[in-house]
Design a binder for this molecule. Structure first.
Ligand code: BEZ
Ligand code: FE
Length: 286
């Protein structure tokens, strides 16, 4: 008989899924049971700890709504989001590395013209963001979609502050020109805390971890015939580059944001002189 025992628990439960018609589902469930049971045995989980875990997961679900995804946040602070992202988007042959999507790409970015200003709330240090999208062979990619979003200078995304920030503040969907280039006006990104007023924040506090992410600007870049990349550019010398709460930093994505003193260029861009510049070229895989 295939009865349950401490020694054979994983084997018995995995066997209960043996007739799962979908091969991949059977494989994933089998591995999940194996690791979950090994974990419970390793720590000899108490009933009180089991109940606390159920309560934590229940509260995590209850914190979710249309604008708040506490489960993604949990996955983020456990490093699982970053691991899934990294496994599924191994950068090759010099293509731009990916990083976490995050929970704030919840509205479609508005199409904007090259050179537009995405900072609608008038806060922060103005900055010209520009770059060129190319393939790994160096060929420019005209017509690529460059979808960007970032937090404002107070450290919040527009969707976190409805009625306080203008709608679609610091979001834009740009299309690269004939040379694959894009440019727009924004602000120098700043560091900010991930939402920490829920169960995930309690987890961070209980473990002595801070909730901060280093200063960054999000990108999703896509073009027909190329693999879409979801990534950020991080600001060199931002606090928390070496302790991102969600483990999203990759060295290849860090850039300086130097000041440029060029009155004529500033005038043509509609920026005050001197101005800051953030240059981020993006290389797509076929
Ligand atoms: C973000 O960068 O927007 C983000 C990523 C993971 C968790 C919270 C925020
Ligand atoms: Fe972010």
């Amino acid at each position: 008989m295939n009865t349950f025992s401490e020694e054979r628990s994983a084997e018995v439960v995995a066997a209960s899924f043996a007739n799962t018609p979908d091969d991949r589902l059977r494989e994933v469930l089998g591995a999940l049971v194996e690791h979950l049971h090994a974990f419970v045995k390793q720590v000899e989980l108490t009933e009180a700890e089991w109940a606390a875990a159920i309560d934590f997961l229940t509260r995590t679900g209850q914190k979710c709504d249309a604008n708040r995804q506490e489960f993604i946040l949990l996955s983020d602070v456990l490093g699982v989001s970053m691991l899934v992202e990294t496994i599924n988007h191994r950068a090759g042959r010099g293509s731009t590395e990916s990083t976490v999507l995050g929970p704030f790409h919840v509205v479609a970015s508005p199409p904007r013209e090259l050179g537009d200003d995405v900072a609608l709330d008038g806060k922060g240090t103005p900055c010209l963001v520009s770059g060129q999208v190319t393939g790994v062979g160096g060929e420019p990619v005209p017509g690529a979609r460059v979808d960007i979003w970032q937090a404002n200078d107070d450290g919040y995304y527009d969707v976190q502050q409805p009625g306080i920030q203008p709608e679609l503040n610091l979001r834009g969907l740009f299309t690269t020109d004939a040379d694959g280039r894009f440019w727009f006006r924004s602000i120098v990104p700043r560091y900010y805390p991930i939402p920490d007023d829920g169960p995930v924040g309690q987890l961070l506090a209980a473990t002595g971890r801070h909730p901060y992410r280093p200063a960054h600007l999000h990108f999703i870049v896509s073009a027909p015939g190329y693999r879409t990349v979801t990534t950020h550019v991080f600001v060199a010398d931002s606090p928390y580059l070496d302790s991102d709460a969600v483990f999203g930093v990759k060295e290849s994505l860090i850039r300086e944001v130097p000041e440029v003193d060029d009155p004529a260029r500033a005038r043509s861009l509609g920026l005050e002189n001197p101005f800051r510049t953030l240059t981020f070229d993006i290389v797509l895989q076929r």
